[in-house]
Design a protein around this ligand. Structure first.
Ligand code: SF4
Ligand code: SF4
Length: 179
C-alpha cells in the first residue's frame, strides 16, 4: 500500500482527505448511491483517513464509481473523491483485485477495440437505421501497434497472474466492509 500512499501524497490528495469532516454530502449527491444504498464515498474517504487501505482495495464497491464528479461539485471541502478512487482502483488492479467483467472488458479493448461487445439488439437497431451491421472496426494492425507501444500483452499477463493469486471476493481472506 506504500505506492498508493505515495501517489495520494504526490497529488496532494492526502491533504484533501484530512480535510474531510464526514458530512456525507458526497453520498447524497452520488447517482450510484441512489441505486445502491450500500455505496458510500464518504466511507471510502474515512477508510483512507484511518489508514485502512488494505481493506479498501478489497472492496468490490470501489468499482461502482462512475467518476461523474458529482461528489466534487457538492463537497464543501472540494475533496476529489473520484480522483482518489481512480488511484485506489489502480492499486487494487495491481494486486489483482479487479472484477472479472472489467478484465474481460480490458481484454476486449486490446483485441477488438470494443469496450462492450455489441449485443444483438444494437446490431438490429443499426440495421433498422440503415447503418452497416457493425460500426467501422479498428484496424487490427493499428490495434496491434497500439498494444505493442503500450506494452499490453506483458501488462495483461502480469495482471492475470496477480488476479489468479488474489483471494476471491467473499472468501475469508477477502472481508466485506460491514460498517
Ligand atoms: S462531502 Fe466532502 S467533506 Fe463531506 S463527507 Fe464527502 S468528502 Fe467528506
Ligand atoms: S464520482 Fe463516484 S463517488 Fe462521486 S458522485 Fe460520481 S459515482 Fe459517486
Amino acid at each position: 500500500m506504500e505506492i498508493l500512499k505515495r501517489i495520494l501524497k504526490k497529488y496532494d490528495l492526502s491533504i484533501q482527505i484530512r480535510a474531510c469532516y464526514q458530512c456525507g454530502v458526497c453520498v447524497s449527491g452520488c447517482p450510484v448511491g441512489r441505486f445502491r444504498w450500500d455505496f458510500n464515498p464518504r466511507r471510502f474517504i474515512e477508510m483512507i483517513a484511518r489508514d485502512r487501505l488494505e481493506d479498501l482495495v478489497l472492496q468490490q464497491d470501489i468499482w461502482l464509481c462512475s467518476h461523474c464528479l458529482n461528489c466534487l461539485e457538492h463537497c464543501p471541502q472540494k475533496i476529489e473523491v473520484s480522483e482518489v478512487l481512480i488511484h485506489v482502483k489502480n492499486a487494487a488492479a495491481r494486486l489483482g483485485n479487479t472484477p472479472d467483467k472489467y478484465v474481460k472488458m480490458a481484454a476486449q479493448i486490446m483485441t477488438q477495440g470494443w469496450s462492450v461487445e455489441p449485443v444483438q439488439r444494437i446490431l438490429k437497431y443499426r440495421q433498422r437505421l440503415g447503418l452497416p451491421e457493425a460500426a467501422p472496426g479498428i484496424d487490427p494492425k493499428e490495434l496491434q501497434t497500439l498494444g505493442r507501444c503500450l506494452n499490453w500483452p506483458a501488462k495483461m499477463a502480469a495482471f492475470k497472474s496477480e488476479k489468479a493469486k488474489a483471494p476471491a471476493a467473499g472468501s475469508a481472506d477477502h472481508p466485506k466492509e460491514t460498517e
